[in-house]
Design a protein around this ligand. Structure first.
Ligand SMILES: [Zn+2]
Length: 112
């Protein structure tokens, strides 16, 4: 039996295999020593599409992030298309690595 640890609402780590796994469909998302985002589908969205205008068209303000200064990246599981993560970054900024685990310690904690 494989030992899985829940990491986020949609991601587990399979401790035996050392792999990220979608906990909705079981899709192998990639090496748990690397960023899970490398194993996901990514969609770049227009901030004004994600945050519809809340002010009149002639207003200087829309309450949406300025697309010149912000991009919205959505990460989806290739197996079941569940939304795993959303990231707001300045254009040109590399995708962040937000989860890093010591798998040896996780395995030791799971064995207790
Ligand atoms: Zn999935």
């Amino acid at each position: 039996m494989t030992e899985r640890v829940r990491v986020t609402e949609t991601l587990d780590i399979d401790l035996d295999a050392g792999r990220w796994t979608c906990n909705r469909c079981g899709h192998d998302v990639g090496d748990a020593e690397q960023s899970y985002k490398e194993g996901l589908l990514v969609a770049e969205r227009d901030p004004e599409e994600v945050h519809p205008r809340r002010a009149p068209e002639d207003s200087a303000y829309s309450f949406a992030p300025d697309p010149e200064w912000c991009r919205v990246l959505e990460f989806y599981c290739p197996g079941c298309a569940v939304l795993v993560e959303v990231e707001y970054l300045p254009p040109g900024h590399p995708i962040t690595r937000d989860l890093v685990f010591d798998l040896t310690s996780l395995r030791a904690a799971a064995a207790r």
